[in-house]
Structures are given as C-alpha cells and as structure tokens.
Design a protein around this ligand. Structure first.
Ligand SMILES: Nc1ncnc2c1ncn2[C@@H]1O[C@H](COP(=O)(O)OP(=O)(O)OP(=O)(O)O)[C@@H](O)[C@H]1O
Ligand SMILES: [Mg+2]
Length: 170
C-alpha cells in the first residue's frame, strides 16, 4: 500500500495509524536515505502505541527502548553497522523474542539478517524525477517554492512517497 505525505506531521500521523495494527513480534524495516522521515514515522508509531516520551534516531546507541505503550517498541538505527556480525554481537535476535515491535532505520546495512516476514516501509522523495517513474498523479500538489517555511505543506521538497509492504493498514 502506498501513501503520500506532505509534512513531518503527516508522516507521524501515518506511523500512528499503522501502530493500531501492530502485534507482538512484528519487525519493520525501513528503506530510504538520509532525512527521508524514518524517525518521524517511528515517532508516530511510538505515540500511536501510547508511548509519551521523546523519539530520536539512536545513531550512537544503535537501539533505544520505548516502554510504557500498548507494546514495547525497540527502535534500531543500523547506520553505523557494517556487517551482520556486529548485530549478533549486540544480541539483536534477543529483541525479537521480547513481545514487542522492532523498527529498524538503515536496514539496508544488513538485509540478510531480516526475517522473510518483516514489514518493509520504503520512503522516497517524489520531486526527484530521476527516481520517479511510476504513475502517481502530482497535479493535486501546488509547486510553491517561494515560501520560506521549510515544512510548508505545499512545498514539493516535503512530499514523501511511503510504501508499506507486508502488512494491511485498513
Ligand atoms: N513529508 C515529510 N515526512 C517526514 N519528514 C519530512 C517531510 N517533509 C519534510 N520533512 C523533514 O525531513 C526531515 C526528516 O527527518 P527524520 O529524522 O525523520 O529522517 P530520517 O529518515 O530518520 O533521517 P536519518 O537517516 O538521518 O536518521 C525532518 O527535518 C522533517 O521536518
Ligand atoms: Mg532517523
């Protein structure tokens, strides 16, 4: 299933909507580069699960645990991971058996470690026409680059295409 969002807030809202459907043991692997909105989507999931605290990329700690919502949420950032051995040293498998949800930023760093039934969330910009070769209709969007607000809902730079595979959202 595919979605378009126009702001960080809309991406958070989509994460919160997905959170309603989450069950213990689900693993969500993000794909998509720097600043695409993986942490924003995760913040939405955390808040959708009822976790009230702060959510930011655990780039230096690799994993951050958010406990207190409907399910525990384990937020990984594999940006600094170089190979699967490093993950086994961090006991990554043990998190999968703790009755929670795992979400993984930069899952591309060790795709061979992901289980075959994981949920993929792929985020991309749609205003890069070199990477954009599907049939989405952009005519609904106003290409207003004159504004100074970086998070203006009508700024093309802020549009994200979010593909959710391996899970129903409705
Ligand atoms: N539609 C959108 N969805 C999400 N973020 C957006 C959107 N439009 C603009 N942004 C901006 O893009 C940035 C997304 O940051 P975020 O930390 O969520 O990305 P990330 O994918 O986790 O990056 P990193 O790989 O560095 O961890 C924020 O500055 C946010 O305001
Ligand atoms: Mg991040």
């Amino acid at each position: 299933m595919e979605f378009l969002t126009r702001s960080e807030r809309e991406t958070e809202d989509l994460g919160a909507k997905l959170a309603i459907k989450l069950k213990p043991g689900v693993i969500i692997a993000y794909r998509g580069g720097l600043g695409m909105g993986k942490t924003a989507f995760t913040r939405g999931i955390a808040h959708g699960l009822g976790y009230p605290g702060r959510v930011s990329s655990p780039t230096f700690t690799i994993v951050q645990e958010y406990i207190g919502g409907r399910l525990p949420l384990f937020h990984f950032d594999w940006y600094r991971i170089r190979n699967a051995d490093e993950l086994y040293n961090l006991a990554w498998e043990e998190y999968q058996d703790r009755g929670g949800v795992c979400v993984i930023e930069w899952s591309e760093q060790a795709p061979e470690v992901l289980p075959s039934d994981c949920v993929f969330v792929t985020i991309s910009r749609v205003n890069n026409f070199n990477n954009f070769n599907d049939n989405l209709n952009l005519n609904n969007y106003n290409n207003d680059n004159d504004n100074n607000g970086a998070d203006n809902d009508n700024n093309m730079d802020n549009i994200r295409r979010i593909l959710v595979e391996g899970m129903e959202m409705d």
